[in-house]
Design a protein around this ligand. Structure first.
Ligand code: ISE
Length: 335
C-alpha cells in the first residue's frame, strides 16, 4: 500500500519534503507533520488529506498510519528521533548531518547495529545528482585512470542568521566530505583548514571563505573552497584529476545565451533549485526501497564517518594545524 510518512521538522527542507512527498513522489503520502512550533506544523499539514499535525515526534511515530519517518529537524534533535524510530523498527530518511558530532553519530550506528538490520538512509543527496552520478561512473570505469585529486568549490549566495564557522564544515563541507568518500571509495584520514583574508561581505565573526584540505586513506587529496557569502548565487563544482585525465562537473552550462556583445547563463540561487532532481530522486528511491522492504543509499556509517571528519575539520579551523580523523571500528552490518 501507500507509505504513510511522518515528516519531522517543517523548516526550509522539511516543508520542501512535505511538498515533494505530496505532489512529486509516487507511492507515499504525508500522514503526519511534526514541529515544536504548533502553528507552523498546522500550516504544513493544511490542505493535505489525512495529514495530522503534531508538536511531539514520539506521538507522531506511534500513530497507526505512520509507516516511515523523514527527519528534517535541526541536527541536535536527530538522535532522539532516530532512536525512537529504531524502537518501533520504522524506516528513516534522515537529513544531513546525521547528528551534530561524532560521538552521537556513533551511538546511532551502534543502535542500528544492535537492531541487526539497516533502517536509515542519510540525506547525502548529491549521490543522486545526475552530474555526480556520471562522474562516479567515469571514475569507477577507470575513465581517467586512478583519481589523485579533487578540486571542489562550494559557494552559497548568503548565510541565514546564526550561521557559524563550525556550520561551514558541519552543514556545508560535510557534502564534499561525503562526496569524496563516495567518489573515491576511501575514508578521510586528515583535515587542514586555511583562511584567507575575510570577505567584508561576510557577517561579523564569520571567517568566510575558507580552504579545506582533505587527505584520504588511499593517498588522494581533495581541496574545498567553502564560500558561504559569495553573493552571486549557489555553485557546487568538482573536478577530478586522474592519472590519465580529468573530469569536471557543476559548470551549469544548460543554456548559454549570446546577446548584446556578451555571452552567459544563469546561476541558481539556492540548493533546493540546483539539486531539485537529486532531492526528488533521493526521496523517490527511499520510498520505493522502503515499500519493497529494503534500505539502500548512504548509511548511518557514512553519516558517522562524515561526522568524524567534520570534527577533525572544526578542530583544524581552531588549531590551524593538520588534524587526524579518528574512526571507530566499522560494525559488520555496514560491510
Ligand atoms: C545546507 O544545509 C546544505 O545542505 C546545502 O547543500 C549547502 O550548500 C549549504 O551550505 C548548507 O547550509
Amino acid at each position: 500500500g501507500t507509505l504513510g510518512v511522518a515528516v519531522i521538522g517543517t523548516g526550509r527542507m522539511g516543508a520542501d519534503h512535505v511538498r515533494r512527498l505530496d505532489r512529486v513522489i509516487s507511492g507515499a503520502r504525508v500522514a503526519a507533520v511534526v514541529d515544536i512550533d504548533g502553528d507552523r506544523a498546522k500550516r504544513a499539514a493544511g490542505g493535505i488529506d489525512g495529514c495530522t499535525a503534531y508538536t511531539d515526534a514520539a506521538a507522531a511515530l506511534s500513530a497507526p498510519d505512520v509507516d516511515a519517518v523523514l527527519i528534517a529537524s535541526p541536527a541536535p534533535a536527530h538522535e532522539a528521533t532516530l532512536l525512537e524510530a529504531f524502537a518501533r523498527d520504522l524506516p528513516v530518511l534522515c537529513e544531513k548531518p546525521l547528528t551534530p558530532d561524532a560521538a552521537s553519530a556513533l551511538r546511532v550506528v551502534e543502535a542500528e547495529a544492535r537492531l541487526g538490520h539497516r533502517r536509515v538512509q542519510v540525506g547525502f543527496m548529491r549521490r543522486y545528482d545526475p552530474e555526480y552520478l556520471r562522474l562516479k561512473a567515469l571514475l569507477d570505469g577507470g575513465g581517467i585512470g586512478r583519481p589523485l585529486m579533487l578540486h571542489c568549490r562550494h559557494r552559497n549566495a548568503a548565510t541565514p542568521p546564526g550561521f557559524t564557522e563550525q556550520m561551514m564544515i558541519n552543514d556545508s563541507v560535510v557534502h564534499e566530505i561525503d562526496a569524496t568518500r563516495w567518489l573515491l571509495g576511501q575514508e578521510i584520514a586528515a583535515v587542514t583548514v586555511l583562511k584567507p583574508a575575510r570577505s567584508s561581505a561576510a557577517p561579523e565573526g564569520l571567517g568566510d571563505p575558507q580552504l579545506v584540505l582533505l587527505e584520504t586513506s588511499g593517498g588522494a587529496l581533495a581541496d574545498v573552497e567553502i564560500f558561504v557569502n559569495c553573493g552571486f548565487g549557489y555553485q557546487v563544482q568538482c573536478e577530478a584529476v586522474g592519472e590519465r585525465g580529468s573530469a569536471r562537473i557543476g559548470d551549469a552550462h544548460g543554456l548559454l545565451v549570446n546577446t548584446a556583445g556578451r555571452w552567459g547563463g544563469e546561476i541558481p540561487q539556492d540548493f533546493v533549485e540546483r539539486f531539485r532532481t537529486a532531492y526528488d530522486e533521493q526521496v523517490q528511491r527511499w520510498v520505493t526501497a522502503t515499500r519493497e522492504g529494503r534500505t539502500e543509499g548512504p548509511t548511518a556509517w557514512d553519516g558517522y564517518a562524515a561526522a568524524a571528519a567534520c570534527e577533525a575539520g572544526t578542530r583544524a579551523q581552531a588549531s590551524g594545524a593538520r588534524e587526524r580523523v579518528m574512526l571507530a571500528e566499522r560494525p559488520r552490518l555496514y560491510g
